[in-house]
Design a protein around this ligand. Structure first.
Ligand code: SF4
Length: 125
């Protein structure tokens, strides 16, 4: 498992940290916790990270709380795109990349949350 091999497989190694998430876990809830962490950790020095991590956290939070809107998925991706590559340290990218990856790979879970205002994973209902 190295940077080139992971990139060739269509993914990314990022900081090299690995988080293993059981496939019964809710990806919306997982992203809610992750996004809150990055918002909390942002030092506020650069605008895309300072403002963007707050946006990401609040939008994911409202989806998780059952108040999400269909446009929120594209909004999340757009805010994350505006952060990625535009900050002076790696925290901005670290906050943005999981959002874009989760929306790409688990979009159906986010759509289910928005439509049904609850989780498709029974353990979280
Ligand atoms: S990207 Fe780094 S330097 Fe910029 S606000 Fe976020 S934590 Fe601070």
């Amino acid at each position: 498992m190295d940077y080139d091999s992971i990139a060739k497989a269509g993914s990314m190694l990022g900081s090299g940290a690995v988080i293993v998430i059981d496939d019964s876990r809710c990806m919306v809830k997982s992203l809610q916790r992750l996004s809150y962490f990055y918002m909390h950790e942002s030092c506020g020095q650069c605008t895309p990270c300072r403002e963007g991590t707050g946006w990401l956290s609040r939008v994911v939070d409202r989806i998780e709380q059952g108040h999400g809107r269909p446009a929120d998925l594209d909004l999340l991706d757009s805010v994350a795109e505006d952060i990625q590559g535009r900050t002076i340290c790696a925290l901005g990218d670290a906050a943005a990349m999981p959002v874009r990856a989760m929306i790409k790979h688990f979009r159906h879970e986010f759509e289910y949350h928005v439509e049904h205002k609850t989780c498709m994973v029974p353990a979280y209902v």
